[in-house]
Design a protein around this ligand. Sequence first.
Ligand code: ADP
Ligand code: MG
Length: 495
Amino acid sequence: MTDSSYRIQGATGEWEVVIGLEVHAQVTSKAKLFSGAATEFGAEPNTQVSLVDAALPGMLPVLNGECIRQAVRTGMALEAKINRWSRFDRKNYFYADLPQGYQISQLYHPLVGEGEIRILLDEKDENSAKTVGIERIHVEQDAGKLMHDQHPSFSYVDLNRSGVALMEIVSKPDMRSPEEAGAYVRKLRSILRYVGSCDGNMEQGSMRADVNVSVRKPGEEFGTRTETKNVNSVRFIMQAIEYEARRQVDLIEDGGTVVQETRLFDPDKGETRSLRSKEDAHDYRYFPDPDLLPLELSDDFLEECRASLPELPDAKRRRYEQELGLSAYNASVLTAEVETARWFEELLAATGKAGPEIGKAASNWVISDLFGALNRLGKSIEESPVSPAQGAELLSLVADGTLSGTLAKQVFEIMLETGDDPAKIVEERGLKQTSDTGEIEKVIAGVLEANADKVAEYRSGKDKLFGFFVGQTMKAMGGKANPGVVNDLLKKALS
Ligand code: ADP
Ligand code: MG
């Protein structure tokens, strides 16, 4: 485990920052945590609200088992302790987007206990690994949303989000720099998306973080923390930490004290500002929700949860390195996003081959050619105009010598434009590479004749000119000569 050397320089010396994150992740489920209303993002306001979500008197919550299943699978993916007995509590507070007057959450007996997440500060370097502890994951209801800018003198409330299931994933105060926090959130998001328990969409708010920050002199006790609420991008989380740590150092060095409080991040200014002093748990008058029985999980349920977990990013990455001979970098790029790994594996399956030879060829092609093209087109891999099967066909045309690297790039460009299969393009446009020695020898003879002076120079020891002859020969053949054959025949002709 490496300790990052991130330090804040103050007037009195160096300070260390201590970070703990509470990530709210919206559970992927068709219905809400305690009602049958739909959860889809972007619907017309108040079209996905049941009587339970609107908190009409007498309505009773009914637990949605799928939300529990997703949270348990998430806990398992984070190597966490799953609590077979847990319980829901009411957290009482008033807010206009919370018609119940309380949020159903889990304070005393959360569904999931301690776990961990392994992060890499440098994707290419296993030595940069660090483990961040997970304190707990509990399940709770989301609130609705207030809309203040629809009318000059009224606020509106949209209850579509009211009652949607959230997992609150609480880390230990184990992070020591904005970079570590960024790596943690990216890794957590990646795992959630592999598991399929949260779509990880931070822009739509389905994943957001409360950022706890304190500062201390290295080796001293933890300082008092502040909590910056609802930060919704990795970049903002890192900015909030940087700003907040600096603010606390300056405050302490000026003779002040940090007060435990809730703060807000202003993305336009890159600053945090005070919202309210921190409430303690007793302010919420938590008590067990009398409408809900304690939750007890059966062996069968736990087994099904475990059996349904996919191969996770770390395991996949190790397998790509060992079975497919990929570099640490390529393996990490291809496994970071579940969609990329899926596409890559479909491509491999379509080649019908296994092992390092195809692994390396396929990974290099995906990372340089396909990603390059998608970048240019501004498309995600799921929107790729070329299918995995077409990619596989292109790779096999290279492997069997039909296409040289250069020709393969040309064919790929045409595939992107037309959507045609590579074999068809090769056939129709005559882009086949030729290994016909007779034809190549004829062209070489012409090149040597036209460059008699250079031939003489080469023969008198100017070896570097060899590349020039290769280039001329390839050019004369419109890029279609097999480079290996050209090399061999040129050497023979020049010796
Ligand atoms: P609550 O926010 O309900 O009071 P906790 O006390 O469990 O909950 O802490 C919440 C978060 O604050 C956790 O992610 C934890 O890692 C982090 N945290 C606790 N102490 C500190 C500290 N001194 N500095 C930074 N983060 C901290
Ligand atoms: Mg908190």
